[in-house]
Write a protein of this length. Structure first.
Ligand SMILES: *Cc1c(COP(=O)(O)O)cnc(C)c1O
Length: 346
């Protein structure tokens, strides 16, 4: 068993570094919702430049970014076209239905991605009053349930062109956009350009404790502020947490390459263990899904066995496990975790 708990459950498990805590402690602050917090304002400007968008609104979570974006883009009874396992479908508590009254047209493409032709086929005839009105297309960069798969820029442009053909907006859930940028070498602004709106999370690979930011056209962000107010997302001296986000952008972006190296190392090791079904060639960023194939074993059983080894992993179904590398996972942790997997499944 390890001395230290190695938590591979999610990249949300990292703790703020001493440097980040110092930046947060020393942050200049003011009343955010009166635009008087200089640190939040600096974060907004930094992200607008990074993404090439007009304006941005700082929010407590990525989920709230999606919920607000959907509410501003869509009216009740309208439809969102996205992957069948998108976070907005599987993991936001039914928020799009509860908050915006929308329905989904789920697409079944490879690893959480889809094509412009699939969007063309999904869009409803606006003259057909029996069908919901198609309004929004959503892409997830990287695709979480797709195993951290990166949307190629050409694929996003293909989907954006289809959205435009039908007068639909394109929204990107960029929870792990930084991972996609580092893995592909494509600039964040290039991925953002075909999208009307997008957001990125500071609490995933970037390693900040709180916060996400939603960016888009000025009039869109103006409306987003109204919904932020309605949902109770307007904050006060949030420069304290915005300072963590700024520190993360400056210091934790390029280092995501280490997480990707660690994920590849972990996947290669896991693929060699009897009782695990995994193709390591599919690992593009920091997320690994694999199947428990040992006779008589289930994913929850392996999760328990690994907990006894002091390693945290996530059972996502009866057979499927997810592990994620992040800021607090070293190369030595990867080797220790692999040794623990070998013992557990011996
Ligand atoms: C984590 C995640 C979210 C939600 O972000 P929170 O900050 O946890 O609310 C949305 N989409 C994807 C793809 C995610 O992985």
């Amino acid at each position: 068993m390890q001395n230290r708990f190695i938590d591979l459950y999610s990249d949300t498990k990292s703790k703020p570094t001493p440097g980040m805590r110092k930046a947060m402690a020393e942050a200049e602050v003011g009343d955010e919702q009166k635009f008087e917090d200089p640190t939040v304002n600096r974060l907004r400007e930094t992200v607008c430049t990074l993404l090439g968008k007009e304006d941005a609104v700082f929010l407590p979570s990525g989920t709230m970014c999606n919920q607000i974006a959907i509410r501003v883009h869509c009216r009740p009874g309208e439809e969102i076209i996205c992957d069948k396992q998108a976070h907005i479908i599987t993991s936001e508590g039914g928020g799009p239905g509860a908050n915006s009254g929308v329905v989904f047209h789920p697409l079944d493409g490879p690893r959480g991605t889809f094509s412009g032709a699939m969007v063309d086929a999904a869009v409803k005839d606006p003259a057909n009053r029996y069908a919901p009105r198609s309004r929004l297309v959503e892409v997830e960069q990287t695709s979480n349930r797709g195993g951290g798969a990166v949307w190629q820029l050409a694929a996003i442009e293909d989907v954006a062109a289809a959205a435009r053909r039908h007068g639909l907006a394109l929204h990107m859930d960029g929870a792990r956009l930084p991972n996609a940028c580092v893995a592909s070498g494509v600039a964040a602004a290039s991925f953002a350009a075909p999208c009307d709106t997008l957001w990125l999370d500071f609490t995933k690979g970037l390693g900040a404790p709180v916060g996400a930011i939603l960016a888009g056209p000025k009039d869109f962000i103006h409306e987003a502020w109204r919904v932020k107010q309605q949902l109770g997302g307007s904050m006060r001296q949030s420069g304290i947490i915005a300072a963590g986000a700024l520190h993360a952008l400056a210091h934790h972006w390029d280092r995501l390459a280490e997480d990707h190296d660690n994920a590849r190392r972990l996947a290669a090791g896991l693929a060699e263990i009897k009782g695990i079904g995994l193709d390591p060639a599919g690992i593009e960023t920091n997320i690994i899904y694999f199947n428990v194939t040992k006779p008589g074993w289930t994913a929850p059983r392996l999760m328990q066995a690994m907990k006894a080894e002091n390693v945290g992993i996530g059972a996502f179904s009866q057979s499927m496990i997810r592990v994620v590398t992040h800021l607090d996972i070293t190369r030595e942790d990867i080797d220790a975790a692999l040794a623990a997997f070998r013992r557990a499944l011996a």
